[in-house]
Design a protein around this ligand. Structure first.
Ligand SMILES: Cc1ncc(COP(=O)(O)O)c(C=O)c1O
Length: 394
């Protein structure tokens, strides 16, 4: 008897498991996407409310993004930041058209954590101080400096001692922040909407108080908008909802629609503090990533995707609330960054949603997170809500 041929998925998963790091054990393999749809290797279609964790901002296989990448690949791929480049300059100009003064300098990287590392170094250089005040439940990445600002002990503990001293305070608690910030504080580091920590938007008064405290103590204010920035919350920056401008701002994830990128944005004074040769990168700001970033910003502007994210987010949130499920404790979030806190573990619900054709991701143990592409249509939002309703009733 001949052995049965494995399905394309089974074949891919077995081959993947052979050489992958072992950090994960995938049980699905995606091979194609279009807008907010994804297809696995066996041809099953999924509605993508995960978007590579808030990355595929302009949707999968976005025509403008694909064309920009292909055209740039034919023209020039390599040009580091010590040499000027036409498309990088265009991208940076387009980026600053979306950013408030006095933010006017940028250092481009290849990832969020890498940009957060740069933020730490610039903050240390600009203040000649070393301590950081960051938030409990906060996530800043897994490289050693960023890891120090990441609260979850299971990420941090195996690698302690970490080189950056960080004081963690309760998120959205102005009194705790006030007690922690002092004349040794180099930087207050906050996500205006915490992502990995469970989708918690900060109040406007808290972010304003953070600005005041930083100023009062000669510290810098840094916002990690890696997940919540670039239109996701219905404004280009989540911090715009509070009208607070930081000294350092980090963007990544959705900024180039899935092409690796990070951006540390700074004031003139912060940028100037770095000694010559004090930082650098080989790939950061490469023309391919810049072309992708420019295409994303053009898509956001020309298709009105930021206002669309606000409208779709409101529809999504209202739809979930209207399900009236007694398994739901709270629906939180801003725009298309939504978290549904369950009264039970999220993992089995997320698995059932995937089985039903809706891809989501957890944010902590009990939160189902919805961070779909910003191009998600009203019909797709209705479908996602309907699937969620069916799974919650099952
Ligand atoms: C708020 C925040 N900061 C930093 C990071 C790290 O970014 P990266 O995975 O690109 O290093 C993430 C990633 O999830 C994030 O959500």
């Amino acid at each position: 008897m001949s052995t049965p041929t494995p399905s394309p998925t089974a074949d891919l998963l077995a081959r993947d498991a052979r050489h992958a790091s072992g950090l994960w054990a995938p049980d699905v393999a995606f091979v194609r996407g279009e807008g907010a749809w994804l297809w696995d290797a066996d041809g099953k279609r999924y509605l993508d409310a995960m978007a590579g964790i808030a990355v595929a901002s302009v949707g999968h296989a976005n025509e403008r993004l694909v064309e920009a990448l292909a055209a740039q690949a034919r023209r020039l791929i390599v040009c580091p930041q010590n040499l000027a480049n036409d498309v990088r300059t265009e991208f940076v100009e387009a980026l600053f058209a979306h950013l408030p003064a006095p933010l006017e300098r940028v250092f481009l990287t290849n990832s969020g954590a890498e940009a957060n590392e740069a933020a730490l170094k610039w903050a240390f250089a600009a203040t000649a101080r070393r301590r950081v005040v960051a938030a409990k439940r906060g996530f800043a990445g897994r490289t050693l400096g960023a890891l120090a600002m990441t609260w979850e002990a299971k990420y941090r503990k195996p690698f302690e001692p970490l080189a950056v001293p960080v004081d963690f305070v309760r998120f959205d608690d102005a009194a705790e922040l006030e007690a922690a910030v002092g004349d040794e504080t180099a930087m207050i580091w906050l996500e205006p909407v915490q992502g990995e920590g469970g989708v918690h938007p900060a109040s406007a008064t808290y972010l304003r108080r953070a600005r005041e405290l930083a100023d009062a103590h000669g510290a810098l204010l840094g916002f990690d908008e890696i997940q919540c920035g670039v239109g996701r919350t219905g404004r280009f920056l989540a911090s715009e909802h509070a009208g607070v401008v930081p000294d350092l701002l980090v963007l990544a994830k959705g900024l180039a629609g899935g092409v690796p990128i990070g951006a540390l944005v700074m004031t003139e004074a912060v940028a100037r503090a770095m000694p010559a040769g004090g930082h650098g990168t080989t790939f950061g700001g490469n023309p391919l990533a810049a072309a992708a970033g420019l295409a994303v910003l053009q898509e956001l502007d020309e298709r009105g995707l930021i206002a669309h994210a606000a409208a779709m987010g409101a529809r999504f949130k209202a739809g979930i609330e209207a399900l009236g499920s007694d398994r739901v404790r709270e629906v939180r979030g801003l725009g298309l960054m939504l978290g549904v806190e369950l009264k039970e573990k999220a993992a089995p619900v997320i698995a059932a949603l995937r089985e039903a054709g809706l891809l989501t991701i957890n944010a902590g143990a009990t939160v189902v997170r919805f961070v779909p592409p910003l191009v998600i249509t009203p019909e797709q939002v209705e479908e996602a809500v309907a699937i969620f309703g069916r799974v919650l009733r099952a």
